[in-house]
Write a protein of this length. Structure first.
Length: 519
């Protein structure tokens, strides 16, 4: 589409949207992207007039983007501004006059239905322009990679897989005439649709919509919503061999045991999914079986001679008690990239599942092909960003795990007490110091050993939400037991403590410890 016509449509769209007193979300992001896509003609005497007119029209469009929330634009003043910007090009001014004709009023008010229909058509045209431009960029990049062999075959395969996903998204956007990236849409003049989305928002932010954990310390850290909200993306970090995988398996089990599925689509089946890039699925399954048995019996459970039929039935019966379908899988990180994870989730959705929660153990081990590599650690940030965007749009809670780096390991070797308090919020991750910027919740874990007892300490550094959790709830120490591991304390006396100092002073008091964990 010609640059002049693009600017005509952008300015017309912004003008018409401002006529509606209570419109849907403004199209400022779409308008800005179109404005930025327009390139001015080269400098030179023969292009001077055209360049100046486009520049002035871009300035007008940019000004309207910034002022779009201030209500209707003054039509005579806006046309006067366009008349000056158009210069000697009467066709531009005529196009604006035609586009800004006011629709017939309905009962003394702007006819919102007509305006919305006009705006929808303009937005569709602008999005088609951006999609076509993106397609040409992809085609050009594909040709260069294929023709000149940039990178080994395995990199090309990963690259083409990402390209296929992007092309598929463009095709879906064109088919549905929706703005790419649009997650939800509200038309406030349509009371029924407004009531529906308000109810969905209320449900998603209610206690019923939250996913409760088996540990009171975690639920209390969530504060006004005693659990994780659907769509939140949590990052849990620790030094190697400090219960990251155990924490993931514990929460996977407890999400199934302590939550009744709240469905967005009542025609689907609720699912919780555990994905590991390290431990075999069979190993994790036996760990879950032993965990459940030890919790129930209070006795050590050996998996050496377990009957697979008995174990499978037992785990299914326990984890499905509230109606959840649960699944565990292991992927080979050498042959799996983040786009394969997306394919796996989409496959489950096509099978009729609505995935409420995903535990992803060590996404950093995934193949990094196709991710942005501009600075040190940028591919890790891009990985988490893509995961968060993917799951947030689906209202799927996701918890991922990552290693703390050498600085944290050095503090442990120095005997630092309450290490999580020192590392939290300091960016001491392995491979990047800025991962916290890509997540909703940032938690550090570390095992503190006190004579006969072991405690899993937890320190929150970030929780992106409207109501901030009081800092006194950001830290907790939870007992780790030889039988059952991290035992749940929901609907019981709390097992956790907020300060380990008194326990260090009486670390040899075994009776006190066993009384605490048995409460």
């Amino acid at each position: 589409m010609e640059s002049k016509l693009l600017l005509v449509k952008v300015i017309t769209l912004l003008y018409k949207e401002a006529l509606i007193k209570e419109p849907q979300a403004r199209s400022t992001a779409l308008a800005t992207e179109v404005i930025e896509s327009i390139r001015l003609p080269e400098t030179g005497a023969e292009f001077a007039g055209a360049r100046e007119r486009l520049l002035e029209l871009k300035k007008t469009a940019t000004w309207m983007v910034a002022a779009s929330d201030n209500g209707p634009f003054d039509k005579p003043a806006l046309l006067q501004r366009i008349r000056v910007a158009a210069g000697e090009d009467d066709s531009i001014y005529a196009a604006f006059e035609l586009g800004m004709e006011d629709p017939l009023e309905l009962e003394g008010r702007p006819n919102n239905g007509v305006i919305l229909k006009q705006c929808s058509g303009i937005k569709s045209e602008l999005q088609d322009h951006l999609d076509s431009r993106r397609f040409l960029e992809i085609a050009k990049s594909m040709y260069q990679r294929a023709a000149f062999g940039q990178g080994p075959a395995v990199e090309l395969r990963s690259y083409f897989k990402e390209v296929a996903r992007e092309l598929n998204q463009i095709a879906k956007g064109m088919a549905h005439q929706r703005i790419k990236g649009l997650v939800d849409e509200i038309y406030f003049e349509n009371e029924e649709s407004t009531i529906d989305i308000m109810q969905r928002a209320k449900d998603a932010l209610s206690r019923d919509g939250a996913l409760k954990f088996g540990q009171q310390a975690i639920n209390e850290a969530c504060y006004d919503h005693p659990g994780a909200l659907r769509g939140e993306f949590w990052l849990v970090s620790a030094i190697s061999h400090n219960y990251k995988s155990g924490f993931g398996l514990t929460n996977f089990v407890d999400l199934a045991l302590y939550n009744t599925p709240w469905m967005i689509d009542i025609h689907k089946k609720p699912m919780l999914l555990h994905i590991s890039t390290e431990n075999e699925a069979t190993q994790n399954a036996l760990t879950v079986y032993a965990m459940l048995m030890e919790r129930e019996t209070g006795q050590p459970c050996s998996t050496a001679n377990v009957d697979p039929v008995v174990a499978a039935h037992y785990v299914k019966e326990k984890l499905s008690v509230n109606g959840y379908h649960t699944a565990m899988c292991r992927v080979d990180p050498s042959d799996t990239c983040v786009f394969d994870i997306f394919d796996l989730i989409e496959q489950k959705e096509e099978e009729g599942y609505e995935i409420h929660g995903v535990i992803l153990d060590y996404p950093a081990m995934l193949d990094k092909k196709g991710l942005s590599i501009s600075t040190t650690g940028s591919e890790l940030r891009d990985l988490l960003r893509r995961l968060r965007n993917f799951f947030t749009k689906r209202k799927t809670f996701c918890m991922v795990f990552h290693q703390l780096g050498p600085m944290a390991l050095q503090l442990e070797r120095q005997g630092m007490e309450d290490l999580v308090k020192e590392v939290a919020g300091k960016g001491m991750y392995d491979g990047s110091s800025k991962l916290f910027q890509e997540v909703d919740v940032d938690i550090s874990l570390h095992i503190e050993r006190l004579a006969e007892s072991s405690w899993l300490t937890m320190q929150w550094a970030k929780h992106r939400k409207l109501k901030r959790t009081p800092r006194e709830k950001w830290y907790a120490a939870m007992p780790l037991t030889d039988i059952g591991g991290l035992l749940p304390d929901v609907d019981k006396e709390p097992h956790f403590v907020r300060d380990l100092k008194p326990l260090r002073q009486r670390a040899g008091n075994r009776d006190w410890f066993h009384a605490a964990v048995a409460a």
